[in-house]
Design a protein around this ligand. Sequence first.
Ligand SMILES: [Cu+2]
Ligand SMILES: [Zn+2]
Length: 262
Amino acid sequence: MGHISTRWKSELGPEPCRSPAVHRMLPVLSATIILSAFVSCATVELNGEQMNDIQKKVSDLWHRLIYLKPVTSGSDDHIVYATCQVQPSSTLEANKPQVTGQVLFKQLYPDGKMEVFFDLQGFPADTRNATGRAIHIHNFGDLSNGCDSTSSHYNPHGVAHPLHPGDFGNFLVKDGKIRKSRSNVSASLFGPHSVLGRAIVVHEQEDDLGKGGNKGSLEHGNAGKRLACCVIGICGPELWNKAAMDNASRKKKRRESECKTA
Ligand SMILES: [Cu+2]
Ligand SMILES: [Zn+2]
């Protein structure tokens, strides 16, 4: 046995071990089985409220089992945050808009919808003839060849554009900036289809939303050149909370200046 172990270490590297996910799942699975057994044995003793409470706990445990939550060190264990630091594509021509900024994500665990906040700058300030700009989640977090190496749209369910989970649609530029929130998206930070580690891509043109009548329209919305991109990574709550505070104070200032001019 000792010989096998030595051989394993010298020739095959460290011995295999159970992944952290398996370690997390085992107690959850055991607790679920115990709770289920308890419910079936003690039904006559419980009132409706107690039954509902136990059902909710069992359901939550199963969700934890199925939609594994990324481990974070944040104080609020029920929320996951992520960030994406947008930079111009390294393959972009110098005469194109150099877009920078931040895309922030927040999602309540385990069933919450993902909220996304876009704060981008560097677009042409003159928007008299400008259309919206498309933003998507692309398949790979690979920026080795600028935004061109992020591959096509992230499409875990094999559907047509614009039904991909990271099809955020079009964004209007104001004063060279995009500052917008989205909460009606089907993308998630949890589970096997998590978008963590994938790329956000900002395009030069408008997304035709699948109505272009050609193949490209159903693949990528014919949104044109990839101006800027970034890789989505997990983070703490600070960036989101700061953006929310900045947003609130901007709105307050805008209201005050509107009141003054009215
Ligand atoms: Cu795209
Ligand atoms: Zn798409």
